[in-house]
Design a protein around this ligand. Structure first.
Ligand SMILES: *Cc1c(COP(=O)(O)O)cnc(C)c1O
Length: 355
């Protein structure tokens, strides 16, 4: 740290992303990327932009908003695009949190929420999840705070029902409820159809997971027009060109290719089901994930050791070094071939480490 850094930022603890190692090639099951490339149409439309990178992108992202409006059956003024959904979450926090509107979120969830709360000097309350790691919707009723909920939640993959979320929306009419749907495409639940019904609902989504575009940095918010106008004010005060030309057209291609999206989702859901079954057969406890990852705990193999032993064998999973979660590893769903290699390594480790 230099002596020039202002005091407000001296204690910041930045988000710790999953490893993106360059030392050797791993089977990468640690950051919930899709194991498949983006849609061929997305790739083609992005490539066509390369020769036009001398020109700024359209700050209104009109073609992208129109395409999305078609796909999601919404108005083009009910959506705004950002540089990944992390940026969208930050704008939502800036727009709807201050000292009179503190933030609340589960104690087990996406760890980026507390990072942006600290960055913006917003106080937050973490609400304990239940013994089985699920979010208790009753804890969020009549809360009187801005609420962030990842649904499905990370890193558990557990999902609240739309009805649960509606009750939270109804009992917090004076507060914004942000539903982070980063993994919703892999589940049966989405709150997008509710945006016309609740003026306090904001749905945040990303192309990083189901669309296989984590490296393209494209996220979006769907909400009623007034809320979208708020976010546009902040976005255009910070970085109006946050969606670059290649990402914009990749997004258009990805949205137009819904059959590719559906085939990827189907493959992941099937592999998720098979993998959960195999993990349970090996003695793991596995919450019922609706996302593209599994959170798993072995009764006698400590999470950290398992993570390190798998890494030794060239397989990366995610381990969280917190008291509540350190018995678990989080395994992103890869291709069937990748999962086969993972399970072979896992079986070997379990045999060696048996009693
Ligand atoms: C991956 C993830 C995001 C955001 O990812 P971006 O790549 O910034 O779009 C947001 N929320 C959750 C819960 C995530 O897991």
């Amino acid at each position: 740290m230099s002596s020039f850094l202002v005091s407000a930022h001296q204690d910041l603890v930045p988000y710790v992303p999953g490893e993106q190692p360059c030392d050797k090639s791993y089977i990468k099951l640690n950051t919930n990327e899709l194991p498949f490339p983006p849609s061929p149409l997305a790739q083609r439309l992005a490539r066509l932009q390369a020769g036009e990178l001398n020109l700024y992108s359209d700050p209104d992202a009109l073609i992208l908003r129109e395409t999305a409006a078609d796909v999601f059956h919404i108005d083009k003024d009910e959506i705004v695009f950002t540089n990944g959904s992390d940026e969208a979450l930050n704008y939502a926090l800036m727009a709807y949190c201050d000292k009179d509107h503190p933030l609340a979120f589960p104690d087990v969830t996406y760890s980026f929420y507390k990072v942006i709360a600290d960055l913006n000097n917003v106080t937050y309350q973490t609400i304990p999840v239940k013994y089985d790691l699920s979010v208790d919707p009753d804890n969020y009723k009549n809360l009187g705070k801005t609420i962030f909920l990842a649904n499905p939640n990370a890193p558990t993959g557990l999902c609240l029902s739309v009805q649960d979320i509606e009750e939270i929306l109804q009992t917090n009419p004076d507060n914004i409820v942000v539903i982070d749907e980063a993994y919703a495409d892999f589940s049966d639940v989405t709150c997008i159809p509710l945006i016309g019904k609740y003026d306090n609902l904001m749905v945040v989504r990303t192309f990083s997971k189901s669309y296989g575009m984590a490296g393209g940095r494209l996220g979006y918010i769907i909400a009623n027009k007034k809320l979208i106008a708020d976010i546009n004010t902040l976005r255009n005060s910070n970085n109006p060109y946050c969606v670059d030309r290649m990402a914009m057209m990749a997004g258009v291609g990805a949205l137009r290719d819904q059959s590719y999206l559906q085939s990827c989702i189907e493959k992941i859901r099937k592999t998720r089901q098979d993998s959960a079954k195999r993990l349970k057969e090996l003695g793991f406890e596995v919450p019922d994930s609706q996302a593209n990852f599994l959170f798993a705990k072995h009764p006698s193999y400590p999470g950290k050791k398992l993570y390190l032993d798998l890494k030794d064998k060239g397989i990366l999973v995610r381990h969280f070094d917190t008291e509540r979660l350190n018995d678990f590893i989080r395994i992103s769903i890869g291709t069937d071939e990748q999962m086969q290699v993972f399970f072979e390594a896992l079986k070997q480790l379990l045999e060696v480490n048996h009693d």
